[in-house]
Design a protein around this ligand. Structure first.
Ligand code: CMC
Length: 436
C-alpha cells in the first residue's frame, strides 16, 4: 500500500554490532520498494555510501517509470510505444507537464500557447555572434539557454506558479528556434524565423533547412520521424542530466539556469553525446567485415573502447526506444532512397554479432536509443555535431516537468550529498620556507 504514505508501512532492521534500528520501507505504485534512510545519520551517526547512485532513489516522482529488466518505459503510465505510434510531441509535453493526456480543447490551447512563444528576443541573435563560427553547437546551446534568464526576467520567480508555467512553455517553444540558430550560425546561413502555422517538428526542420532563395517543401515522413525522435527522448526519469537539473533547481536557481546545467551534463559521451559517438564509431568501422575487430576491442578492458550505443545503466534488456528508433531509421532511409546505406548495414550486422556474443549476453548489453538515432538523423541531413542538441531540445520538457515536480514538492530541500572522507586528517600548516 504505502505509496508514501497511505500506510501499512513495512520496516527494515539495520543492525551494527549490538545496536539495531528500524528503517521505514516505502512502496511505490510499481517498481522496487525503497528503504528510507533520511533519518539514518541523525539516529546512527552513519551515512549510506552509493557512488553512481546505483541503489539510491534520490526523489519521489510520478512522471516516468522504467522497468529495465522488462524493457518498459512509461510516461505518466502511458507506454512509449503507444505515444510514438499514435501521439505527437506536444501532446507528450502536455502529458509530462500536467500528468494527463490533453482533451482536444486542451491540446489546441496548449499548441497555441507554445507556438506564441517560438520567437526569441531579437538581441539573442547578436548573442550568437560572440561564439566562434566553429564552436560546438552544444557549447552554444549551454550559453544561449543560460542567457535566456537575462532576457526573460518576468518568468524567473520560482515561487510563482504562473511564472513557472510561463518559463516552461517558453523553453519548450524556444529550444527548436535556438537549436536551429546554433546550426545556421555554424554553417554560415541566415537565421530562419519560426513559422507558427507549422507543427513543432516541421517548424524545426524548416528553421534548419530553409534558405531565403528558395521555397521550403516540408516532407511529412521526415517531420513525423523527427517528432517521434522528440517523443522518444522527452523524459527518462532520474538520469544524469535530469538529476543535475533537480540538484541545481533545489538551490532555488532560476529554471533557465537549471536547464542550461542539464544541457551541460547531457553533453558527455556516456549520456547524450553517445549518439554522436555511435555514428562516428559506425563510420570508423566502415564495412561489416571489420565488425569482429571492433567487437574484440570492446571486450578488451585495456583498450578503453566501448561499443557506443550499447549498454545502459537501467535497461538490462532491449531499450524499448531503440526498437522504435530502428523502425524509424528504416522508414526514413527508405523514404530517402538510402535503403542500402552502409552505416545502416553496419549497424544491423553489429547488433546481430554483439547480441550473439557471450560477453554482451552475459553483461546484458543491448542497443540503446542512441544506436539507431544517429543513422536516422544523418540521413535527414542533420550534421553529427547537432545530434546531442536535438536530444537536449527533446529532453527539455522532461527536465522542466521534473524541475516543476521538485519545486512543487513540499518536502523538497536543497540537495546536499555527503561523503566518505579518505583524505588527510588534521595537520598543521607549514610555512613555505620550511617546506622541502
Ligand atoms: N561496450 C563494451 N562493454 C561495455 C559497454 C559497452 N558499450 N557498456 C558496458 N560495458 C561493460 C563494462 O565494461 C562493465 O564490464 P565489467 O562488469 O566486466 O567491469 C559492464 O559492462 C558494466 O558496465 P558499467 O560501465 O559498469 O555500466 P554503467 O551502468 O555504469 O554504464 C553506460 C552504462 C551507458 C554508461 C555504459 O553501458 C556505456 O558506456 N555505454 C556506451 C555509451 C552509451 O551508449 N551511452 C548511451 C546511454 S543511453 C542514452 C542516455 O541515457 O543518455
Amino acid at each position: 500500500m504505502d505509496a508514501k504514505t497511505g500506510s501499512n508501512l513495512k520496516t527494515a532492521q539495520l543492525t551494527v554490532g549490538d545496536k539495531s534500528w528500524s528503517l521505514p520501507i516505502h512502496q511505490g505504485t510499481i517498481g522496487p520498494d525503497v528503504i528510507d534512510v533520511g533519518k539514518l545519520y541523525a539516529e546512527t551517526g552513519m551515512f549510506t555510501y552509493d557512488p553512481g547512485f546505483t541503489s539510491t532513489a534520490a526523489c519521489e516522482s510520478k512522471i516516468t517509470y522504467i522497468d529495465g529488466d522488462e524493457g518498459i518505459l512509461l510516461y505518466r503510465g502511458v507506454p512509449i510505444e503507444q505515444l510514438a505510434e499514435h501521439g505527437d510531441f506536444l501532446e507528450t509535453c502536455y502529458l509530462l507537464l500536467y500528468g494527463e493526456l490533453p482533451t482536444p480543447a486542451q491540446k489546441t490551447d496548449f499548441d497555441y500557447r507554445v507556438t506564441r512563444h517560438t520567437m526569441v528576443h531579437e538581441q539573442m541573435s547578436r548573442f550568437f555572434q560572440g561564439f566562434r563560427r566553429d564552436a560546438h553547437p552544444m557549447a552554444v546551446m549551454t550559453g544561449c539557454v543560460g542567457a535566456l534568464s537575462a532576457f526573460y526576467h518576468d518568468s524567473t520567480d520560482i515561487s510563482d506558479p504562473h511564472q513557472r508555467m510561463v518559463a516552461s512553455i517558453r523553453m519548450i517553444a524556444k529550444m527548436p528556434t535556438l537549436a536551429a540558430m546554433a546550426y545556421k550560425y555554424n554553417i554560415g546561413q541566415p537565421f530562419v524565423y519560426p513559422k507558427n502555422d507549422l507543427d513543432y517538428a516541421t517548424n524545426f526542420l524548416r528553421m534548419c533547412f530553409a534558405v531565403p532563395c528558395e521555397e521550403y517543401k516540408p516532407n511529412p515522413v521526415l517531420a513525423r520521424a523527427m517528432d517521434r525522435i522528440f517523443i522518444l527522448h522527452a523524459d527518462h526519469e532520474q538520469n544524469a542530466s535530469t538529476s543535475t537539473v533537480r540538484l541545481a533547481g533545489s538551490t532555488g536557481a532560476n529554471p533557465f539556469a537549471c536547464i542550461a546545467a542539464g544541457i551541460a551534463a547531457l553533453w558527455g559521451p556516456a549520456h547524450g553525446g553517445a549518439n554522436e559517438a555511435a555514428l562516428k564509431m559506425l563510420a570508423e568501422i566502415g564495412t561489416p567485415e571489420r565488425i569482429p575487430e571492433f567487437v574484440k576491442r570492446a571486450k578488451d578492458k585495456n583498450s578503453g573502447f566501448r561499443l557506443m550505443g550499447f549498454g545502459h545503466r537501467v535497461y538490462k534488456n532491449y531499450d524499448p526506444r531503440a526498437k522504435i528508433m530502428q523502425k524509424t531509421a528504416h522508414e526514413v532511409l527508405s523514404e530517402l532512397g538510402h535503403r542500402d546505406d552502409p552505416l545502416l548495414q553496419c549497424a544491423i550486422e553489429l547488433e546481430r554479432v554483439a547480441l550473439s556474443d557471450e560477453y554482451f549476453i552475459e553483461k546484458k548489453l543491448y542497443p540503446n536509443v542512441d544506436f539507431y538515432s544517429g543513422i536516422t538523423l544523418k540521413a535527414m541531413g542533420i550534421p553529427v555535431n547537432m545530434f546531442t542538441v536535438l536530444f537536449a531540445l527533446a529532453r527539455t520538457v522532461g527536465w522542466i516537468a521534473q524541475w516543476k515536480e521538485m519545486i512543487e514538492d513540499p518536502s523538497q530541500r536543497i540537495g546536499r550529498p555527503r561523503q566518505l572522507f579518505s583524505g588527510a586528517t588534521r595537520r598543521d600548516y607549514i610555512p613555505i620556507s620550511r617546506r622541502k
